[in-house]
Write a protein that binds this ligand. Structure first.
Ligand code: OAD
Length: 234
């Protein structure tokens, strides 16, 4: 069990594994999304320019799956930790679902965007809430400026969101906890190396991530089973 002192600043990085027990597929590994879809066909600026309807078909499928999902004990444990640590917990997720928020987390940074938001690919109107499914034969929706409405997602080749805020929190943290992320996608995979040497670094997931050597401790098991215990009878 981890213990927290009032001087601790806790940074939690979550990946697809934290939502796996809620029924949302991970990307890599058995049953992973990237076994059935090619990144360059559905999750890149190139894909968007070449076939935006196919991109929307992929994200509409993901919206449908995520709409049916409910938070699991790992999401709830993190929401409770936020209440206990007040402003001393920073949750950064690579996930585009809203299960942290559904569990009650109020301050979550979505570095790879949000599945239930869209934005114009041309003008600077801010992203807006959007749970619609845009599947063929539906046309790709248009902004009033004439641009195409795209998912508010960080695609491969694009810069993740909120990096200034994220690195500021990393620079302050004394305890870094990564949950359910394979440790291969940058820049998130290097967050642990950024804090290593001055912060305690903990990984939770069923197998060691690719960057396991940078962690001081790895707790192997499912997030929904390990995390509530690790965070202490919450
Ligand atoms: P991955 O699919 O790469 O890795 C998921 C991790 O979750 C693996 O290490 C699994 O071992 C672990 N896992 C599986 N079940 C789990 C469970 N019940 N509890 C805890 N862990 C479990 O997903 P990410 O590392 O999140 O980006 O992927 C990072 C980024 O790559 C994603 O945000 C996405 C993807 O391509 C974009 O789409 C931009």
């Amino acid at each position: 069990m981890l213990t927290f002192s009032s001087s601790d600043r806790v940074f939690v990085l979550t990946g697809a594994g934290v939502s796996a027990e809620s029924g949302i597929p991970t990307f890599r590994g058995v049953g992973g999304l990237w076994r059935n879809y090619r990144i360059e066909e559905v999750a890149s600026p190139h894909a968007w320019h070449r076939d935006p309807r196919l991109v929307w078909e992929f994200y509409s499928m993901r919206r449908r799956v995520a709409s049916a999902a409910k938070p699991n004990p790992a999401h709830f444990a993190l929401a409770k930790l936020e209440n206990i640590l007040q402003g001393h917990l920073f949750v950064c997720t690579q996930n585009v679902d809203n299960l942290h928020e559904q569990a009650g987390s109020r301050n979550v940074v979505h570095m790879h965007g949000q599945l239930f938001k869209s934005r114009c690919d041309t003008c600077s109107h801010p992203p807006f809430d959007d749970a619609n499914l845009y599947e063929p034969p539906a046309e790709v929706p248009r902004c009033e400026c004439g641009g195409r409405i795209r998912p508010h997602i960080c695609w491969f080749g694009e810069v993740p969101f909120e990096l200034d805020q994220i690195y500021h929190a990393l620079d302050q943290c004394t305890l870094f906890i990564a949950v359910g992320t394979s440790g291969v996608v940058e820049p998130a995979a290097s967050f642990v190396a950024h804090v290593a040497g001055r912060a305690r670094t903990v990984y939770v997931g069923p197998e060691n991530p690719a960057n396991a050597s940078s962690f001081t401790e790895c707790y192997l098991g499912k997030a929904g089973e390990v995390l509530p215990d690790l965070l202490g009878a919450l």
